[in-house]
Design a protein around this ligand. Sequence first.
Ligand code: AMP
Length: 345
Amino acid sequence: MMSHLGRPKEGPTDKYSLKHLVGHLSHLLGGITVQFAGDCIGQEAVDKAAAMKPGEVLMLENLRFYKEEEKGDKAFAEKLSKLGEVYVNDAFGTAHRAHASTAVIADYFQADKKMFGLLMEGEVRSAEKVLHEAQKPFTAIIGGAKVSDKILIIENLLNKATDIIIGGGMAYTFYKAMGGEIGNSLCENDRLELAKEIMTKAKEKGVHFHLPVDSIIADKFDAAANTHSAPSDAIPSGWMGLDIGTEAIEHFRNLIMSSRTILWNGPMGVFEMEKFQNGTKSIALAVAEATAIGAFSLVGGGDSVAAVNKFNLADKVSYVSTGGGAMLEYFEGKVLPGIAAVKHT
Ligand code: AMP
């Protein structure tokens, strides 16, 4: 087994050593003794790997103690490849990176000696189901702070989805672009034209584009702020939209309940604060309810995953992706090196 932990900058660092995980890994594997090599390449790793018998487990030290890992160094990848007969990639979280152990190494294995692990298989199957086999209506719910982070995924989804719901801070850039008053709400002033273009493209492609008609507004970005509700395009100056409002929830809920396929990335508001969690919670509940009556739902992206976990709904949606950046890039339509390395060669 090989993996990385954290982002060690200066080579071997005790705090990032995988030796600390050996006991827990052994427990997870039902008590099997897990051996450990104090370096992921070199003689100790070679000797310990060569001496292994069926049923034994050897864990290698943190791959990122070598800069070669993130650089995708071929010689380093080849050395790693020599330690095993079969390559199983189960690292979806890093599938969007062409690192030595997650992509480059696959070149040193024959086609029938490299494969996905169960997690990777689940991720790829769920993503493909949404990207290429989505039953309609297909509703994509995109939230979060910034339009700029989500442009590519929105553009790709304009070719796939029936409906796109926009929530969270990014909604206000769209309202501002249409001439709305958004007070102190989040806004990317350099993306106003882009927001208009996205809305025009949606119209051209016949995709229904939904913004939250109302918002919960606050007089400061604070858990104890004063709050009101207001139309999202008429927010008084000095106030900011921090969650979607009750009308928006009702509207989005109806759309979600009539969908056959649902993709959700990004919260509807500042769900970390109790006063502004209702939008995200209501959407999470709607996604869970739609799933119970037969829709396929995929939730991904760090904050939306945190949200379904917070509201104890992770097992009520069809699939919760473990990849933040990887999931986003997958849905942007990019080829992920970690997947391509195993799948297409
Ligand atoms: P992202 O990382 O882009 O998915 O954004 C997630 C973050 O956006 C979360 O921490 C939310 O608190 C924050 N967020 C969501 N809606 C708003 C909003 N209306 N105003 C400010 N921040 C927001």
